[in-house]
Design a protein around this ligand. Structure first.
Ligand code: 8YV
Length: 326
Protein backbone atom coordinates (compact mmCIF):
# COMPACT_ATOMS: atom_id res chain seq x y z
CA UNK A 1 0.00 0.00 0.00
CA UNK A 2 1.35 3.46 -0.80
CA UNK A 3 2.00 5.66 2.16
CA UNK A 4 0.17 9.00 2.46
CA UNK A 5 2.32 12.03 1.62
CA UNK A 6 2.95 14.76 4.19
CA UNK A 7 4.95 17.96 4.45
CA UNK A 8 7.01 18.86 7.51
CA UNK A 9 7.18 22.63 7.18
CA UNK A 10 10.15 23.29 9.49
CA UNK A 11 13.20 21.37 10.62
CA UNK A 12 12.32 19.13 13.61
CA UNK A 13 13.95 16.48 15.83
CA UNK A 14 15.51 13.74 13.60
CA UNK A 15 13.90 10.98 15.68
CA UNK A 16 10.45 12.49 15.12
CA UNK A 17 11.14 12.79 11.39
CA UNK A 18 12.24 9.16 11.39
CA UNK A 19 8.99 8.11 13.07
CA UNK A 20 7.00 10.04 10.46
CA UNK A 21 8.97 8.37 7.64
CA UNK A 22 7.84 4.95 8.90
CA UNK A 23 4.22 5.92 8.13
CA UNK A 24 4.42 8.54 5.40
CA UNK A 25 6.19 9.76 2.29
CA UNK A 26 7.74 12.79 3.94
CA UNK A 27 8.94 15.99 2.32
CA UNK A 28 10.63 18.15 4.92
CA UNK A 29 11.98 21.66 4.94
CA UNK A 30 15.33 21.04 6.60
CA UNK A 31 16.69 24.50 5.91
CA UNK A 32 16.83 27.17 8.57
CA UNK A 33 14.39 29.44 6.75
CA UNK A 34 10.60 29.19 6.92
CA UNK A 35 8.78 28.41 3.68
CA UNK A 36 7.24 31.40 1.96
CA UNK A 37 3.49 31.17 1.39
CA UNK A 38 4.11 30.32 -2.29
CA UNK A 39 6.58 27.58 -1.33
CA UNK A 40 4.18 26.22 1.29
CA UNK A 41 1.33 26.03 -1.23
CA UNK A 42 3.55 24.46 -3.87
CA UNK A 43 5.01 21.87 -1.48
CA UNK A 44 1.56 20.99 -0.13
CA UNK A 45 0.36 19.89 -3.56
CA UNK A 46 -0.74 16.26 -3.31
CA UNK A 47 -0.04 16.14 0.45
CA UNK A 48 -2.61 14.71 2.87
CA UNK A 49 -1.01 16.18 5.96
CA UNK A 50 1.13 19.07 7.16
CA UNK A 51 3.32 19.26 10.25
CA UNK A 52 3.30 22.97 11.10
CA UNK A 53 5.03 24.88 13.87
CA UNK A 54 2.77 27.87 14.44
CA UNK A 55 4.10 30.29 11.85
CA UNK A 56 2.40 28.84 8.75
CA UNK A 57 -0.86 30.59 7.89
CA UNK A 58 -3.51 28.04 6.92
CA UNK A 59 -6.45 29.92 5.43
CA UNK A 60 -9.16 29.61 2.78
CA UNK A 61 -6.84 30.62 -0.08
CA UNK A 62 -4.24 28.00 0.81
CA UNK A 63 -6.89 25.34 1.40
CA UNK A 64 -8.45 26.00 -2.00
CA UNK A 65 -5.05 25.60 -3.65
CA UNK A 66 -4.33 22.35 -1.75
CA UNK A 67 -7.50 20.22 -2.15
CA UNK A 68 -5.86 16.98 -1.02
CA UNK A 69 -4.93 18.32 2.40
CA UNK A 70 -6.81 16.59 5.27
CA UNK A 71 -4.92 17.57 8.42
CA UNK A 72 -2.57 20.28 9.74
CA UNK A 73 -0.86 19.30 12.97
CA UNK A 74 0.55 22.33 14.79
CA UNK A 75 3.53 21.83 17.09
CA UNK A 76 2.16 24.50 19.44
CA UNK A 77 -0.74 24.90 21.81
CA UNK A 78 -1.62 28.23 20.16
CA UNK A 79 -3.28 27.97 16.77
CA UNK A 80 -3.86 31.53 15.66
CA UNK A 81 -2.09 30.59 12.40
CA UNK A 82 -5.12 28.42 11.60
CA UNK A 83 -8.31 29.90 10.16
CA UNK A 84 -10.33 27.19 11.88
CA UNK A 85 -13.74 28.02 10.34
CA UNK A 86 -12.13 27.90 6.86
CA UNK A 87 -10.46 24.60 7.73
CA UNK A 88 -13.75 23.15 8.96
CA UNK A 89 -15.52 24.33 5.79
CA UNK A 90 -12.80 22.62 3.72
CA UNK A 91 -13.04 19.49 5.93
CA UNK A 92 -9.43 19.88 7.01
CA UNK A 93 -8.66 18.92 10.60
CA UNK A 94 -6.43 21.04 12.82
CA UNK A 95 -4.63 19.69 15.88
CA UNK A 96 -2.45 21.37 18.52
CA UNK A 97 -0.25 20.25 21.43
CA UNK A 98 -2.01 21.06 24.72
CA UNK A 99 -0.92 19.88 28.18
CA UNK A 100 2.59 18.72 27.32
CA UNK A 101 3.96 22.28 27.56
CA UNK A 102 1.83 23.69 30.38
CA UNK A 103 4.21 23.44 33.33
CA UNK A 104 7.35 24.30 31.34
CA UNK A 105 5.69 27.41 29.92
CA UNK A 106 4.39 28.41 33.36
CA UNK A 107 7.95 27.98 34.74
CA UNK A 108 9.22 30.34 32.06
CA UNK A 109 6.45 32.87 32.69
CA UNK A 110 7.48 32.99 36.31
CA UNK A 111 11.17 33.20 35.45
CA UNK A 112 10.45 36.13 33.13
CA UNK A 113 8.37 37.82 35.81
CA UNK A 114 11.22 37.49 38.30
CA UNK A 115 13.92 38.58 35.85
CA UNK A 116 11.80 41.61 34.98
CA UNK A 117 10.86 42.58 38.53
CA UNK A 118 14.42 42.13 39.78
CA UNK A 119 16.04 43.79 36.74
CA UNK A 120 18.31 40.85 35.99
CA UNK A 121 19.26 41.54 32.37
CA UNK A 122 19.58 45.29 32.86
CA UNK A 123 21.98 44.75 35.76
CA UNK A 124 23.92 42.06 33.88
CA UNK A 125 24.47 44.43 30.96
CA UNK A 126 25.74 47.04 33.43
CA UNK A 127 28.17 44.53 34.96
CA UNK A 128 29.40 43.22 31.59
CA UNK A 129 29.98 46.78 30.42
CA UNK A 130 32.42 47.28 33.33
CA UNK A 131 30.19 49.91 34.94
CA UNK A 132 30.05 48.29 38.41
CA UNK A 133 32.43 50.49 40.38
CA UNK A 134 30.75 50.91 43.76
CA UNK A 135 27.88 49.88 46.02
CA UNK A 136 24.80 52.06 46.06
CA UNK A 137 21.73 51.61 48.26
CA UNK A 138 19.36 51.82 45.32
CA UNK A 139 21.47 50.06 42.69
CA UNK A 140 19.04 48.08 40.51
CA UNK A 141 16.46 48.11 43.26
CA UNK A 142 13.49 46.33 41.75
CA UNK A 143 9.97 45.35 42.67
CA UNK A 144 9.08 42.82 45.37
CA UNK A 145 7.76 39.51 44.06
CA UNK A 146 6.77 37.52 47.17
CA UNK A 147 3.69 38.84 48.88
CA UNK A 148 2.80 41.15 45.99
CA UNK A 149 -0.32 41.06 43.82
CA UNK A 150 -0.07 38.85 40.74
CA UNK A 151 -2.57 39.60 37.97
CA UNK A 152 -3.22 37.06 35.25
CA UNK A 153 -5.08 37.87 32.04
CA UNK A 154 -6.24 34.58 30.47
CA UNK A 155 -6.77 31.69 32.85
CA UNK A 156 -6.31 28.55 30.78
CA UNK A 157 -3.96 25.77 31.77
CA UNK A 158 -0.81 27.91 31.62
CA UNK A 159 -2.45 30.79 33.50
CA UNK A 160 -3.49 28.34 36.21
CA UNK A 161 0.09 27.04 36.42
CA UNK A 162 1.36 30.58 36.94
CA UNK A 163 -1.34 31.26 39.55
CA UNK A 164 -0.34 28.13 41.52
CA UNK A 165 3.31 29.14 41.47
CA UNK A 166 2.46 32.64 42.66
CA UNK A 167 -0.05 31.69 45.34
CA UNK A 168 1.61 28.61 46.77
CA UNK A 169 5.30 29.28 46.06
CA UNK A 170 5.55 33.02 46.62
CA UNK A 171 2.62 33.87 48.88
CA UNK A 172 1.20 36.25 46.29
CA UNK A 173 -2.33 37.52 46.19
CA UNK A 174 -3.53 36.22 42.82
CA UNK A 175 -6.26 37.93 40.81
CA UNK A 176 -7.30 36.97 37.29
CA UNK A 177 -9.57 37.94 34.46
CA UNK A 178 -10.79 35.53 31.82
CA UNK A 179 -13.65 35.18 29.34
CA UNK A 180 -15.23 32.74 31.76
CA UNK A 181 -14.78 32.27 35.47
CA UNK A 182 -13.14 29.09 36.77
CA UNK A 183 -15.17 26.60 38.80
CA UNK A 184 -14.97 27.47 42.54
CA UNK A 185 -12.89 24.37 43.36
CA UNK A 186 -10.34 25.18 40.63
CA UNK A 187 -10.18 28.83 41.76
CA UNK A 188 -9.40 27.55 45.25
CA UNK A 189 -6.69 25.18 44.01
CA UNK A 190 -5.08 28.02 42.06
CA UNK A 191 -5.44 30.41 45.00
CA UNK A 192 -6.94 32.92 42.54
CA UNK A 193 -9.78 35.44 42.71
CA UNK A 194 -11.78 36.54 39.66
CA UNK A 195 -11.91 40.31 39.00
CA UNK A 196 -12.98 42.58 36.14
CA UNK A 197 -10.31 43.64 33.62
CA UNK A 198 -10.15 47.21 34.97
CA UNK A 199 -9.58 46.03 38.53
CA UNK A 200 -6.92 43.63 37.26
CA UNK A 201 -5.08 46.45 35.52
CA UNK A 202 -5.41 48.78 38.52
CA UNK A 203 -4.35 46.35 41.23
CA UNK A 204 -1.71 44.05 39.71
CA UNK A 205 1.89 44.58 40.78
CA UNK A 206 2.84 42.04 38.13
CA UNK A 207 0.52 41.41 35.20
CA UNK A 208 1.08 38.24 33.16
CA UNK A 209 -0.63 37.79 29.78
CA UNK A 210 -1.52 34.20 28.91
CA UNK A 211 -4.57 34.59 26.69
CA UNK A 212 -4.94 33.25 23.14
CA UNK A 213 -4.54 35.68 20.25
CA UNK A 214 -7.65 36.47 18.23
CA UNK A 215 -9.34 39.49 16.65
CA UNK A 216 -10.91 40.12 20.09
CA UNK A 217 -7.60 40.06 21.99
CA UNK A 218 -5.69 42.16 19.42
CA UNK A 219 -4.07 45.03 21.37
CA UNK A 220 -5.90 44.01 24.56
CA UNK A 221 -3.06 45.93 26.20
CA UNK A 222 -2.59 49.31 24.52
CA UNK A 223 -1.98 52.89 25.69
CA UNK A 224 -5.32 53.12 27.53
CA UNK A 225 -4.76 49.89 29.48
CA UNK A 226 -1.13 50.74 30.27
CA UNK A 227 -2.32 54.07 31.65
CA UNK A 228 -4.51 52.23 34.15
CA UNK A 229 -1.62 50.19 35.55
CA UNK A 230 0.46 51.19 38.57
CA UNK A 231 3.65 53.11 37.69
CA UNK A 232 5.50 50.49 39.75
CA UNK A 233 3.94 47.53 37.87
CA UNK A 234 5.61 45.02 35.58
CA UNK A 235 4.00 43.47 32.50
CA UNK A 236 4.91 40.01 31.21
CA UNK A 237 3.76 38.64 27.84
CA UNK A 238 4.25 34.94 27.10
CA UNK A 239 1.07 34.66 25.00
CA UNK A 240 1.32 36.16 21.54
CA UNK A 241 2.67 39.32 20.01
CA UNK A 242 -0.30 41.39 18.87
CA UNK A 243 -2.00 41.14 22.26
CA UNK A 244 0.21 44.08 23.29
CA UNK A 245 0.57 47.25 21.24
CA UNK A 246 4.39 47.18 21.21
CA UNK A 247 4.78 50.84 20.19
CA UNK A 248 2.51 51.97 23.04
CA UNK A 249 4.37 49.70 25.46
CA UNK A 250 7.79 51.06 24.45
CA UNK A 251 6.47 54.59 25.01
CA UNK A 252 5.02 53.67 28.42
CA UNK A 253 8.32 52.08 29.44
CA UNK A 254 10.35 55.04 28.26
CA UNK A 255 8.07 57.47 30.11
CA UNK A 256 8.11 55.19 33.20
CA UNK A 257 4.32 54.91 33.15
CA UNK A 258 4.97 51.31 34.16
CA UNK A 259 8.22 50.10 35.72
CA UNK A 260 9.26 47.26 33.44
CA UNK A 261 8.20 44.57 30.98
CA UNK A 262 9.27 41.01 30.16
CA UNK A 263 8.42 39.93 26.63
CA UNK A 264 8.83 36.53 25.01
CA UNK A 265 6.53 37.32 22.04
CA UNK A 266 6.30 40.24 19.64
CA UNK A 267 4.11 41.72 16.96
CA UNK A 268 5.71 40.68 13.66
CA UNK A 269 8.31 38.40 15.27
CA UNK A 270 11.09 37.56 14.63
CA UNK A 271 11.24 41.30 13.99
CA UNK A 272 11.13 43.28 17.23
CA UNK A 273 9.80 46.85 17.42
CA UNK A 274 12.97 49.01 17.34
CA UNK A 275 11.76 51.15 20.26
CA UNK A 276 11.66 48.07 22.49
CA UNK A 277 15.31 47.40 21.71
CA UNK A 278 16.39 50.77 23.05
CA UNK A 279 14.46 51.01 26.32
CA UNK A 280 16.47 49.62 29.25
CA UNK A 281 13.65 48.43 31.51
CA UNK A 282 12.57 45.48 29.40
CA UNK A 283 13.67 41.83 29.35
CA UNK A 284 13.43 40.36 25.85
CA UNK A 285 13.53 36.66 24.91
CA UNK A 286 12.97 35.08 21.47
CA UNK A 287 9.69 33.11 21.96
CA UNK A 288 11.26 30.34 24.05
CA UNK A 289 8.71 29.81 26.84
CA UNK A 290 8.18 26.15 25.89
CA UNK A 291 11.80 25.55 24.94
CA UNK A 292 13.21 22.76 27.04
CA UNK A 293 14.45 19.72 25.14
CA UNK A 294 11.99 17.45 26.95
CA UNK A 295 8.97 19.65 26.26
CA UNK A 296 9.81 20.48 22.66
CA UNK A 297 10.30 16.75 22.01
CA UNK A 298 6.94 15.99 23.64
CA UNK A 299 5.29 18.68 21.48
CA UNK A 300 6.89 17.35 18.29
CA UNK A 301 5.89 13.79 19.16
CA UNK A 302 2.30 14.81 19.87
CA UNK A 303 2.03 16.67 16.56
CA UNK A 304 3.51 13.65 14.76
CA UNK A 305 1.25 11.22 16.64
CA UNK A 306 -1.77 13.27 15.59
CA UNK A 307 -0.75 12.87 11.93
CA UNK A 308 -0.20 9.13 12.36
CA UNK A 309 -3.40 8.51 14.36
CA UNK A 310 -5.54 10.50 11.96
CA UNK A 311 -4.10 9.50 8.60
CA UNK A 312 -3.74 5.80 9.49
CA UNK A 313 -6.78 5.26 11.76
CA UNK A 314 -8.97 8.33 11.34
CA UNK A 315 -8.68 9.15 15.07
CA UNK A 316 -6.73 12.31 15.93
CA UNK A 317 -5.48 12.69 19.51
CA UNK A 318 -6.02 16.41 20.14
CA UNK A 319 -8.38 17.74 17.45
CA UNK A 320 -9.33 21.42 17.41
CA UNK A 321 -12.27 21.13 15.01
CA UNK A 322 -13.62 17.57 15.18
CA UNK A 323 -16.71 18.87 13.39
CA UNK A 324 -14.55 18.99 10.24
CA UNK A 325 -14.78 15.19 10.16
CA UNK A 326 -18.55 15.42 9.66
C1 8YV B 1 5.98 27.29 20.46
C2 8YV B 1 3.93 28.45 21.47
O1 8YV B 1 7.30 27.43 20.78
O2 8YV B 1 2.79 26.45 21.91
C3 8YV B 1 2.70 27.62 21.57
O3 8YV B 1 1.61 28.16 21.29
O4 8YV B 1 3.86 29.61 21.30
C4 8YV B 1 5.27 27.85 21.64
O5 8YV B 1 5.22 26.85 22.59
C5 8YV B 1 5.86 27.85 19.09
O6 8YV B 1 4.59 28.00 18.64
C6 8YV B 1 6.66 27.00 18.11
O7 8YV B 1 6.14 25.72 17.94
Amino acid sequence: MTKPAILVARSIFPEVLQKLRRHFEVESNDGDQPLSREQLISKLQGKAGAFTTGGERIDAGLLKACPQLRICANMAVGFNNFDLPAMTAAKVLGTNTPDVLTETTADFGFALLMATARRMTESEHFLRAGQWKKWAYDMFAGAEVHGSTLGILGMGRIGQGIARRGAHGFGMKVIYHNRSRLAPQLEKECGATYVGKEQLLREADHLVLVLPYSKESHHAIGAAELAQMKPTATLVNIARGGIVDDAALAKALREKRIAAAGLDVFEGEPQVHPDLLTVPNVVLTPHIASATIKTRLAMANLAADNLVAFLTQGRPLTPLNPEALG
